[in-house]
Design a protein around this ligand. Structure first.
Ligand code: PEP
Ligand code: MG
Length: 325
């Protein structure tokens, strides 16, 4: 099996009927690039930049960040790189940033909420500048985490445009083709995807959080892990709503949560029409191998049945087994 996967390393991801899907990798630092290449990823679908902040004893400077982003963009040699702006707070604390203790950190002050607040705005603008300066070294896409409302996206985009203009006025080169997208990981934005799709360039569905918030089940809590259900028809319908909304506006949708590399979920997601699958690099070859064996039209039929006829996770799993074997 390993041998068969290795043969797929330099191949594009194509289904039995010739349809292409983008298989991308999730990374945390520039060091992860070797594994991205070893496993034949076609892009970086999620660069979790918070490690830059967590592995440091003080705020990373604009220069530190610029160097890290440049390294990743150059390392990908023109293939797309989706960089997520800082997703700190929640369970990710920084020793040098005084965040208040909270009753419900996952429902609290985290990610874009920090970036848009007085405390975080300076850090956020520094990160945007570093990203914009690095953008000339590759195909950069910037993504904001934990977006709940359109106002948040508009506020972040405004800061981005301001920093962009400042850099241009200062004589820096900045790419003209940077896409600006959002993570869909809060049910409100999944429901309102049709409105978001008019303003963003792309979506990436963060199922790790989206499932937690939709099912009201803490992703870290063993006692409620039975409710953590990626194949629940409620989750599948949210995903479909997002994909359809994006396509209606000519935009693309990826997924960067664990579900994107899950071998039962992949056939369903292909049928729903997800455009890009981003996962840990080590899952890429087995997913490429699975997709190669599947027919898109048949997966569409599978997805329609799962979305319309299934009540429970067990029914969905049985259906996938019937179609995929
Ligand atoms: C997610 O929520 O699915 C995601 C990709 O982000 P993280 O796991 O970093 O919260
Ligand atoms: Mg998340």
């Amino acid at each position: 099996q390993k041998e068969e996967w290795n043969k797929l390393k330099d191949a594009k991801t194509v289904t039995k009927d010739g349809k292409h899907f983008d298989l991308a990798a999730n990374i945390g630092t520039p060091k992860d690039l070797s594994s991205v290449h070893d496993n034949g990823a076609e892009a970086v679908g999620l660069y979790r930049t918070e490690f830059l902040y967590m592995d440091s004893s003080d705020f990373p400077t604009e220069e530190d960040q610029f160097n890290a982003y440049k390294k990743v963009l150059e390392g990908m040699d023109g293939s797309p790189v989706v960089v997520r702006t800082m997703d700190i707070g929640g369970d990710k604390k920084l020793p040098y940033l005084d965040l208040p203790d909270e009753m419900n950190p996952f429902l609290g002050y985290r990610a874009l909420r920090i970036s848009l607040s007085q405390l975080g705005e300076g850090m956020f603008r520094t990160q945007l500048r570093a990203l914009l300066r690095a953008s000339v070294y590759g195909e950069l896409r910037i993504m904001f985490p934990m977006v709940a409302t359109l106002q948040e996206f508009r506020a972040a985009k405004k800061m981005y445009n301001e920093e962009r203009q400042k850099l241009i006025d200062q004589g820096y080169g900045v790419s003209n083709s940077i896409q600006l997208g959002i993570m869909i990981e809060i049910p409100a934005s999944a429901v309102l995807a049709d409105r978001f799709a008019k303003e963003v360039d792309f979506f990436s569905i963060g199922t790790n959080d989206l499932i937690q918030y939709t099912m009201a089940a803490d992703r870290m809590n063993e006692q409620v892990s039975y409710l953590y259900q990626p194949y629940n028809p409620a989750i599948l319908r949210l995903v479909k709503n997002v994909v359809d909304a994006a396509h209606k506006e000519g935009k693309w949708t990826g997924m960067c949560g664990e579900m994107a590399g899950d071998q039962i979920a992949v056939p369903l997601l292909m049928g729903i029409g997800l455009d890009e699958f981003s996962m840990s690099a080590t899952s890429i070859l087995k997913t490429r191998s699975l997709m190669k064996k599947l027919d898109t039209e048949k997966m569409q039929e599978l997805a329609n049945r799962a979305l319309n006829d299934c009540d429970t996770v067990d029914e969905v799993i049985a259906l996938v087994e019937e179609y995929v074997g």
